[in-house]
Design a protein around this ligand. Structure first.
Ligand SMILES: [Zn+2]
Length: 130
């Protein structure tokens, strides 16, 4: 016998089931019942658009990817931000997340300076090269 995991939204009556570990309720709600007024009262249009993957959101993401590339940020890091499981509440929040990657690159740069001086920190381990 299979355990039922169906939940029903009290507002739109929309049902969600077959949950997987890591599923986020608001994301699943926005995926299957984007018209719900309870959802729209709690989540921004941008949040819902990201879940739906609208052309507008995809275009914003492509522009941010090009911007990040032009700053020398790696695809891996860009994807970590653009494909994050939990959508961003606003475009500003997404821009900030991409911009912070540039700061991370800068911080990595200063580690290279430490390396040149023969000492530094790798994770929690401080080291020094004779
Ligand atoms: Zn609902």
């Amino acid at each position: 016998m299979e355990l039922a995991d169906t939940v029903r939204c009290y507002s739109c009556g929309g049902e969600l089931n077959r949950w997987s570990p890591g599923d986020l309720p608001w994301v699943e709600h926005a995926r299957f019942h984007p018209e719900c007024v309870f959802l729209q009262a709690n989540k921004t249009p941008f949040f819902i658009e990201q879940v739906q993957g609208t052309p507008r959101v995809n275009q914003i993401k492509e522009e941010l990817r090009e911007f990040a590339h032009s700053r020398g940020i790696e695809d891996y890091d860009i994807n970590q931000v653009l494909n994050r499981l939990e959508p961003y509440e606003s475009e500003e929040e997404l821009f900030k997340a991409i911009s912070s990657l540039e700061n991370d690159e800068y911080n990595r740069g200063s580690t290279a300076v430490d390396d040149a001086l023969g000492q530094g920190q790798c994770g929690n381990i401080a080291y020094s090269v004779p």
